[in-house]
Ligand binder design. Structure first.
Ligand SMILES: Cc1cc2nc3c(=O)[nH]c(=O)nc-3n(C[C@H](O)[C@H](O)[C@H](O)COP(=O)(O)O)c2cc1C
Ligand SMILES: [Mn+2]
Length: 468
């Protein structure tokens, strides 16, 4: 169910409404605690998508939890079941599909001039108890251009309100967005940027996907949709944005300009509060939006969260594609939104699992510090099964590789402030050590699967043994 090429967020919302998967909150709610509380509860219980129609002090409605359940994620992409997901992603994105530029676009139906911009009227939500300021940017996509290649980049980075038209920009140096800024900064030039929010679900997903460098996320969106995305040129800067976005902020980041996030902590996708940082900031010069625009945001937290789906699962699919191109025998891959990757292989040679571990560390953007490699008979979609392999096939002095001083992520709470950005890799080969048994001429232990007996029993007992 679902489909590939949603026209806009509204079409997806209408579909969700028909599935009885939207809750409209018409009562006025408090942006300081109540939006947080309702989201915290709804997320944890795999609740519906939420539309807050009246937030105290704000003039516009807010959508949250658009893609925070298995169903809503798979509907976004028109994929039926998880077991198809990695391969379907790979198949569709074999060839990227560039967007088309249109002249008139819904996202430019209305305009707010610089002097009339007041972010607090647009989104004034504090997503967690210890956030001291509103963070309108949780699901807002920053669109920048590489000044060398002209290629577009899309990324979601946290943005806090620092003034009526100023937002902090939480993009660390390892993101492509920040790398574009670093190029402008070294030329001493301001970087034009557009920030969009309230987009069709595939655009949201690609904004959160960790791709190899140089990939234009809107071409990736076209591939996932199997049809080009419609985009329109901004009014004041040379950047294209998705034509059906609800909100578009046009503006600049200036070279050398930094401001500390005016809070001590911000709740993050690791499920912990992350430290506030000294960051570049975005100055908005013009806002365009649709008629009756809907703002979009989300509450960062541990699983289940919007990051888990749109960043975790999509980046997993990208990592799967990369690894499959580099190492033979890769069957499937599961990554969480934080820092773990589990890879299922058909072991072909000595050191094969270790090569997989090295490849994950060296070639993927997800910064998966822990890599677990398992055999074909292990079900990576069932953590019990993975732990069975870990506890029965691993001899730690032989199978665990520790690799210090790896590139990590800023927000990993396992590293203290002094070590932020660094991580220690741990690779675990949880495949059966067949090569050792074979070396000694011994038989490799088999699993107690007993397929012949199972088949024989099913043939005789048939329907009587169907419990599901
Ligand atoms: C809700 C949400 C919030 C996110 N916030 C941040 C953030 O504050 N900083 C960050 O580096 N990445 C954040 N991400 C992940 C990035 O969007 C993701 O890594 C993306 O691929 C970066 O794009 P880029 O490499 O093209 O710059 C967030 C993702 C989601 C879904
Ligand atoms: Mn990118």
């Amino acid at each position: 169910m679902g489909k590939l090429n949603w026209y806009d967020m509204r079409e997806f919302l209408n579909f969700l409404e028909k599935q009885n998967d939207v809750l409209r909150i018409k009562e006025e709610v408090d942006p300081d605690w109540e939006v947080n509380g309702i989201n915290r509860i709804a997320l944890q219980e795999f609740g519906p998508c939420l539309i807050f129609e009246k937030i105290k002090g704000a003039d516009y409605p807010l959508v949250t939890n658009l893609i925070t359940t298995d169903n809503r994620f798979l509907w976004s992409l028109g994929i039926e079941k998880w077991s198809d997901f990695n391969d379907e992603w790979m198949r569709r994105t074999e060839k990227l599909i560039p967007p088309v530029t249109v002249k008139n676009a819904p996202c430019q139906e209305e305009i707010i001039e610089e002097k009339n911009i007041d972010l607090n009227k647009i989104c004034n939500v504090k997503w967690h108890e210890l956030d001291k300021r509103p963070f309108p940017g949780t699901l807002s996509i920053s669109i920048t251009k590489d000044p060398d290649t002209g290629g577009l980049n899309a990324g979601i980075y946290r943005m806090e309100t620092q003034g009526k038209n100023q937002l902090g920009w939480g993009a660390p140096e390892y993101t492509h967005g920040r790398q574009n800024y670093m190029k402008y900064e070294s030329m001493g030039k301001p970087m034009p940027m557009a920030v969009v929010t309230g987009v069709d679900p595939i655009t949201e997903i690609v904004g959160a996907t960790r791709t190899p460098p140089g990939v234009d996320e809107f071409e990736l969106a076209g591939a996932l949709r199997q049809a080009p995305l419609e985009m329109v040129k901004c009014k004041t800067i040379d950047i294209e944005v998705p034509a059906t976005a609800e909100w578009v902020f046009e503006g600049y980041l200036y070279p050398g300009a930094r401001e500390h996030e005016g809070t001590e902590w911000f709740g993050e996708y690791t499920g912990h509060y992350g430290e506030a940082r000294l960051l570049p900031y975005f100055v908005i010069k013009l806002i365009t939006h649709r008629k009756k625009p809907i703002y979009q945001g989300t509450r960062e937290q541990w699983f289940p969260s919007e990051s888990f789906y749109t960043n975790g699962r999509s980046s997993q699919a990208e990592a799967y594609r990369t690894i499959k191109k580099l190492v033979p025998g890769i069957i499937d891959m599961r990554c969480n939104v934080a820092y773990e990757a589990i890879v299922k292989i058909k072991k072909l040679f000595k050191g094969h699992p270790q090569q997989v571990i090295d490849a994950v560390w060296g070639s993927t953007y997800g910064r998966y510090k822990h890599v677990i490699v398992v055999d074909e008979d292990t079900d990576i979609w069932d953590y019990e099964s993975v732990h069975w392999a870990l506890s029965t096939r691993v001899k730690a002095d032989r199978d665990v590789t520790i690799a210090p001083r790896r590139a990590g992520q800023w927000l990993d709470p396992a590293s203290s402030l002094r070590e932020k950005g660094w991580q220690t890799g741990m690779g675990i080969d949880a495949t059966m050590p067949t090569e050792e048994y074979e070396f000694w001429g011994d038989k490799v232990p088999k699993t107690v699967d007993d397929p012949e007996t199972v088949a024989r029993t099913r043939a005789k007992w048939g329907a009587k043994l169907r419990w599901k």
